[in-house]
Write a protein that binds this ligand. Structure first.
Ligand code: PAF
Length: 294
């Protein structure tokens, strides 16, 4: 497994790689969710690259950039074990040299929900991803469905900018109690960790309410809200169109239940596709994430 630190080293390595080439972009602190992305890339591509870069551009003032978990040696060992061919791990000065001033603007989608809570976040994500895609030139890129709005932003950018890359979205990996895996779960204390699975339960209640015939978005969301543990503070709970993150009053497919809640200083996110709409309102069940390419 090669470790590249500069775009030049990446390009030199990639020039000799068999295609298709898959890329798994990460910020490190890898968990089973990341390794599932690598596994899927391994199954589908002849060569697999992963990037490790904690991207300062996607963290706002007062967010956890400085304390974001970093575990480079362990990450490299896990990626080697998973059969990755190339790791791209630039430092911040290489990614954003003095004078760097360009940015990729994700448009209105980048301002809703996560974007409203984290102004500039998706601009940072979009900018670094476009740089990673341009440097590694992958045929396919792999992202987790947990970050549903990130997926929507990247799908929009790939389509709008005609980027020659295919987006593959892999299902969220969960703890046995339903908590979605996240590098930020390490911040949770015992009480917060015990409360955190209620985020997923709230989403399941919303999905069940819609399946059982609820058509009003606010009523369905209120049913889920009642499930959130009192130790958590809701940031948002809603039902949106997974491509635009618009939230029409009446639930119509495709629809995605989304949640975010604070556990102390840590904000967790999750989502669950609405797989069935009330009978008589639509012809067929709708799947947001079938585990295949989006
Ligand atoms: O999902 C992440 O870990 C990051 O947002 C990404 C896509 C690696 C960009 O920094």
């Amino acid at each position: 497994m090669l470790i590249a630190r500069t775009p030049g080293q990446v390009r030199e390595a990639v020039a000799g790689f068999a295609r298709p080439l898959g890329l798994v972009p990460t910020m490190g602190a890898l968990h089973a969710g990341h390794l599932a992305l690598v596994r899927r890339a391994r199954e589908e591509c002849r060569t697999v690259a992963a990037s490790i870069f904690v991207n300062p551009l996607q963290f706002g003032p007062g967010e956890d950039y400085d304390r974001y978990p970093r575990a480079f040696e362990g990450d490299v060992a896990a990626l080697r074990e998973a059969g990755v061919d190339l790791v791209y791990a630039p430092d911040a000065a290489t990614m954003y040299p003095p004078g760097f001033g360009a940015a990729v603007d994700p448009g209105p989608l980048g301002e809703r929900f996560e974007g409203a809570l984290r102004p500039g976040h998706f601009r940072g994500v979009a900018t670094v991803c476009v740089k990673l895609f341009a440097t590694v030139s992958p045929d396919r890129v792999y992202f987790g469905a947990k970050d549903a709005q990130q997926v929507a932003v990247l799908a929009r950018i790939i389509a709008d900018l005609n980027l020659p890359v295919e987006l593959a979205v892999c299902p969220t990996v969960r703890e046995p109690d339903g908590l979605a895996l996240s590098s930020r779960n390490v911040y949770l204390d015992a009480e917060q960790r015990a409360a955190a699975p209620s985020i997923h339960r709230a989403l399941e209640v919303i999905v069940a309410a819609v399946r059982d015939g609820e058509t009003d978005r606010e009523r369905a969301v209120a049913r889920g809200r009642a499930e959130l543990a009192p130790q958590l503070r809701e940031a948002y709970l809603d039902i949106v169109d997974p491509a635009t993150f618009a939230a029409p009053r009446d639930i119509r497919p495709p629809a995605l239940a989304i949640a975010s809640a604070w556990a102390g200083e840590t904000r967790l996110i999750d989502n669950e596709p609405i797989v069935a709409v009330p009978s008589g309102r639509d012809e067929a069940p709708v799947l947001h994430d079938s585990g295949r390419s989006a």
